[in-house]
Design a protein around this ligand. Sequence first.
Ligand SMILES: *Cc1c(COP(=O)(O)O)cnc(C)c1O
Length: 385
Amino acid sequence: MNKNTNLGINTICTHVGELKDEQFKGAISPLYMSTSYQFDSVDVKRYPRYFNTPNQEALCKKIAALEKTDDALIFGSGMAAVSTSLLAFLKQGDHVVLQETLYGGTYNFVVEEFDKFGIEYSFTKSLAIKDFEREIKSNTRVIFIETPSNPLLKIVDMNEVSLLAKKHGIITMIDNTFASPVNQTPIDFGIDIMIHSATKYMGGHSDILAGAVAASEEHVKRIWNIAKNLGGSLSDFTVWMLERSLKTLNLRVKRQSKNALKMAKYLEKNKYIDTVYYPGLKSHENYKLAKAQMKYFGGMLSFELIKEIDTMKFQRNLQLIKPSMSLAGVESTVLSPAQTSHALLSKEERDSQGIKDGLIRFSVGIEETEDLIEDIEQALYNTIK
Ligand SMILES: *Cc1c(COP(=O)(O)O)cnc(C)c1O
């Protein structure tokens, strides 16, 4: 286990992995932009695509400490982390079980690319453990989960999934983007490989595209072996930016989670809103499970506007909260899945997934909740009037 896990999370965020500035004694890690390093010691052949520049190694130590794993790798995007990890453990003739609701990019990667590699896949019918078990075959090598899920914030039982996988000798992977290591460290529940779109909470300021994987040394080595061939590594400038961002990860995510809980409670009482989906609400179908495996409940929630309210008009009327594609920044944003991320599905498909036309996904930022509430109130008023 990582030797840094006895440190508190804010100390890990601030210090673990930092590089010393021997020359000037600066307070922060120096940025080494070199793509070429002289061979003094023959066994260290540093090159950015080998994931071993000084800044890459420094950042990996911090991410590994946050996820309580031995090792980590950082990538040029979340999808580079997802695709490289899956391909590291799946070959022709293998089978993977994936949960029913997944990030769209991951879903597309699987359904558009796996046939070419001769990799078989199944999606579960629901998030219940019996539906994972039902899909397991003799050639299943990987189970891939994502909890909380997008956009309805459903929770998968990590413990049950890892027990099931261990029984069959299967590797488990989780897309831990929505929770971030602040809200859950899946290794505590026996999950093998943690994957992040660091574009989201890890970056946190809507200005970085990056991905990360954290796992045991053995698993990271296996991912590294294919990663160096696929070439999805991250430039050192962005690595350095991400190290800076991670210093405030816990402060940001804790605040966003507390804000999200307050907003969820407010929205639940609002007469223009039908249902609120937030794992921290007692009304959420997975509240107990969320409480058992998450620290706070995260900064993401969804809500349904009553059908009398025009979803697009409501979003246009917001002043502070911006309608936009991405999520997890310090600024609050909203998105309507039926008109954006899930627009390519038919209305029947969306309905079957519980995604109604009036559904709004809300990424709660760090602003004062009083201001966010006032913004929603005025937007509702101006949409109805
Ligand atoms: C954004 C996102 C990804 C993909 O990450 P990119 O950095 O955009 O490549 C994967 N999983 C989840 C849950 C995401 O939100």
